[in-house]
Design a binder for this molecule. Sequence first.
Ligand code: PLP
Length: 365
Amino acid sequence: MKSKKTVAGLALENIQLLSAYRPGFQPDSDDWVKLNTNESPYPPSPQVSQAIQEIDGADLRLYPNPVSADLREAIGDLHGLGSENVIVGNGSDDILNMLVRAFSKNDKPATLVNPSYSLYPVLCGIQDTGVIEVPFDRSMEIPLGSISNIDASILFLTSPNAPTGVGFGNDVLRQLAESFEGIVVIDEAYADFAKANAVELLAEFPNIVITRSLSKSYALAGLRVGYGLAEKGLIDILDRVRDSYNVNRLSQVGALAAIKDQNYLTAIVGKIKRTRDFYRQEFQALGWFVYDSQANFLFLEPVNRNGEKGPHVAKALFDFLKENRILGRYFPAHALTEGFLRISVGDEDQMLKLSETVEQWLKTE
Ligand SMILES: Cc1ncc(COP(=O)(O)O)c(C=O)c1O
């Protein structure tokens, strides 16, 4: 019999060396205050479950529409674009994957600004593409000078950024798209919570692709729907590498209902932004540094009762919250993140429990 080791050794060398992306912890029980993966604390629009319930079960024997045609139309309308400028994916991760499959090269690296979404290097690793990581400094502003000198096939920029929440204005994104020769991916998974977005830049720059997610603002992480916006030629290229039936029937129907209920979206996004801004001030009042978040989370640098901050303090608060059934996210792997915790904005009860637990920590630590 062949050993397991032998079989793994048959994989491509880059896959043998690859570390998979690690999603945030998804607990089995619901007695947690779950503030670790930037899901919505509110349910999706009631139109979503209604539309899904109206599906005739017998139709599930049929494949879904391969290109998610109705959704492309509705998303195009939403952004003042044509359906030929839209591609729909199994989450925005699927669109990012298509981009890497279509545009990354073995002999030319991809680039990203670190810290940002840690899936990008994994997707590049799968395609055996090198990655040049350009560092942010603590200001978390885009280091324009460093990026424009880089000869790369594709640039990933998260705006608003994760895990910091810092958003970038179109002036700086315009300069970036002008100076960078390759494909500029602007990952706008959190754009509905931001003051601005980059959609208007699509008309100026054929090398820009914007990715969006329904997992955060639309409260549909469980449905797995995201989309990409770009000029038609670029969408045509992505369609060539897309899995034939990449968005299932239930997801297409549910996502369409969500996109059509913009009033509901506006209401829950408004509540989350108000809660975010209120708690940013609360943490700042404790003397903690908190980035100005344009997303549905706060990136905060805790200070303990002895006035200390840094990795051991952030880790201690993370652990204390966990002991009290509150999940946040800690990123120990980077010097600019190891002293911080990322906390997704919850509903009022969840945030109250968080704030009471932080007060308790400040007394006991
Ligand atoms: C910056 C960023 N992009 C993309 C995603 C993935 O979104 P989706 O659920 O649409 O695949 C996430 C999820 O956490 C994210 O933080």
